[in-house]
Design a protein around this ligand. Structure first.
Ligand code: FES
Length: 130
């Protein structure tokens, strides 16, 4: 009886140590994915409610409407020109595609909407990646 109990304890201990070792190995061999670098980092108070800010060099428009806040990539989905933002819409100067404030195509030749970028809040800042 005593020998069976000892064997059981030894087996359980081996099992626990083995699983712990596997966990460590898995963690060690897990590839570390690089964090997507920030494309834009903006103080939250800079973006007015019901407004938009354009960062032409980064090709990003930050748009804030009611509770909705999003970032659009201003790269035209037709052939890659930088889209110009007007108070009512976004227009591509190259071939005349037009997009609404959400980036939806109003007029071609572009067929796909402007790409939405990932935005996360870090303290008092908006960080745009993608
Ligand atoms: Fe924008 Fe052609 S590149 S419409």
């Amino acid at each position: 009886m005593e020998a069976t109990g000892r064997k059981r304890r030894k087996f359980l201990l081996s099992l626990i140590l083995g699983l712990g070792g596997l966990g460590l190995l898995a963690r060690f061999f897990k590839p570390r994915l690089p964090q997507t670098p920030a494309r834009l980092d903006v103080p939250r108070q800079e973006v007015p409610p019901h407004g938009a800010l354009v960062y032409r060099q980064a090709r990003v428009a930050l748009v804030r409407e009611e509770e909705d806040f999003y970032a659009l990539d201003l790269t035209c989905t037709h052939l890659g020109c930088t889209v110009t933002v007007t108070p009512t819409e976004m227009v591509c100067p190259c071939h005349g595609s037009r997009f609404d404030r959400q980036g939806t195509v109003l007029q071609g030749p572009a067929e796909r909407p402007l790409r939405r970028l990932e935005v996360r809040i870090e303290g008092e800042r908006w960080v745009v990646t993608g």
